[in-house]
Write a protein that binds this ligand. Structure first.
Ligand SMILES: [Zn+2]
Length: 257
């Protein structure tokens, strides 16, 4: 990331494909070049990973690494909009890769059908510019957070279950940034609510995942003000949002000294 690669000159097709981005003065050709040069890691190809990967691919993020060990199931299709009925039984990452290629064949999508943990997780996190956590359980979220703290990667975290969603950005390139564990310490008895068993309102994950995509794009291009150190909470039943400012916990076991 950083300075746009001067080798990435937009051709005529790209100038048309991305024209509605280029028309935005905050983005322009410079911003689009940064997207084309970027590498985003998306962990989870489910309800959140669907809109995240769809918008990143459509927007022209040059390289997307998508990880998920699961297969497409009939119960996924109500909300996991990157998958289609004819993909039932297929690996989620392969199914998503097919959909993304139809939207934007220019984007390189690396599909990793594996459960990301340990040294493999470190490896994929260290290679990415931005990490999007689109998983649905605390153990994986904490493992992703630890890797992002270790390699100083910006982490875009999202969650959604029932009608309740939340998004936060932890830009761990910054020394003053809180991490996911400052917010939810690993040993806390926060209630694990997985949409696999709890039920989830379909557009909720669409809204939260779209916000995650927006934050990832903003971080890549350095535009606007990211949700850095802020937690956005959405109640989709009343359609009310709340934003809570987060501070770094000096006693945090992950990012504290
Ligand atoms: Zn922390």
């Amino acid at each position: 990331m950083g300075a746009p690669d001067p080798n990435i000159d937009l051709n005529d097709d790209q100038l048309l494909r991305y024209s509605r981005h280029i028309l935005l003065p905050e983005l322009g050709i410079d911003g689009q070049q940064k997207l084309l040069a970027a590498h985003v890691l998306v962990i989870g190809a489910g309800g959140l990973g669907s809109p995240v990967s769809l918008y990143l691919a459509a927007s022209g993020v040059g390289r997307i690494t998508l990880c998920d060990h699961d297969k497409v199931d009939l119960t996924n299709l109500q909300r996991q909009i990157v998958h289609h009925t004819d993909s039932i039984g297929a690996q989620k990452v392969a199914s998503a890769q097919r959909t993304l290629a139809r939207i934007n064949p220019e984007v390189k999508v690396v599909a990793l059908a594996e459960r990301m943990q340990g040294p493999r997780l470190d490896e994929v996190v260290s290679q990415a510019d931005i990490v999007v956590d689109a998983t649905d359980n605390f153990a994986t979220r904490h493992a992703i957070n630890r890797a992002c703290v270790r390699f100083h990667k910006p982490l875009v975290s999202g969650a959604g279950v029932r009608f309740d969603g939340q998004v936060a950005v932890f830009d761990l390139r910054r020394k003053d940034s809180p991490c996911y564990s400052c917010l939810f310490p690993e040993d806390s008895d926060a209630e694990e609510m997985r949409c696999a068993v709890m039920g989830v309102f379909a557009p909720l994950v669409g809204i939260i995942g779209s916000i995650q995509a927006a934050e990832a794009l903003k971080l890549i291009m350095g535009v606007g003000e990211p949700l850095q150190g802020r937690l956005l909470l959405l109640d989709a039943l009343t359609m009310q949002t709340r934003t809570v400012r987060l501070s770094r916990d000096p006693a945090c076991r992950v990012c504290g000294v």
